[in-house]
Write a protein that binds this ligand. Sequence first.
Ligand code: ADP
Ligand code: MG
Length: 157
Amino acid sequence: GAMRHLPYFCRGEVVKGFGRGSKELGIPTANFSEQVVESFPSDISTGIYYGWACVGNGDVHKMVLSIGWNPFYKNIKKSVETHIIHTFKEDFYGEILSIVITGYIRPEKNFDSLDELISAIQEDIEEAKRQLDLPEHLKLKEDNFFHLPEGKTVNNH
Ligand code: ADP
Ligand code: MG
């Protein structure tokens, strides 16, 4: 359920999440709309993945992604949230986020404390950075998918 669908390409608008306070933890997650989440293969495993991400026609950055159960919908629907490993000057709600998921790290877990949660995510980020430098993952950074079609780019003269 985790690897079979990879690499997985996906593009959609960044919507407001349900305020789990990811940003307060220093790990903001850009949420996809319910419609985009519904378009994912229904048998894709929940858990933590990594890959590449790009906001609008911006640069392509490393990312970690969680596919989890959405508490807002009483855990019957999935949520897909991308933490881009880059410091942005501003929020980008409403922008188009393009991602390719290239690998799987681990299943979802419950943590006893916030400290344990944060250190697990920091380990996920380090693992993602290492894996994404390997040729088989690095090559997807240059994929044509990240070059938006003519006429859809911002400031396209
Ligand atoms: P929400 O519950 O609305 O998803 P978060 O605390 O998860 O709130 O913050 C997510 C928002 O933070 C994103 O939608 C995006 O606009 C912004 N953001 C800023 N930097 C990043 C980043 N590096 N990765 C993901 N989102 C970021
Ligand atoms: Mg979020």
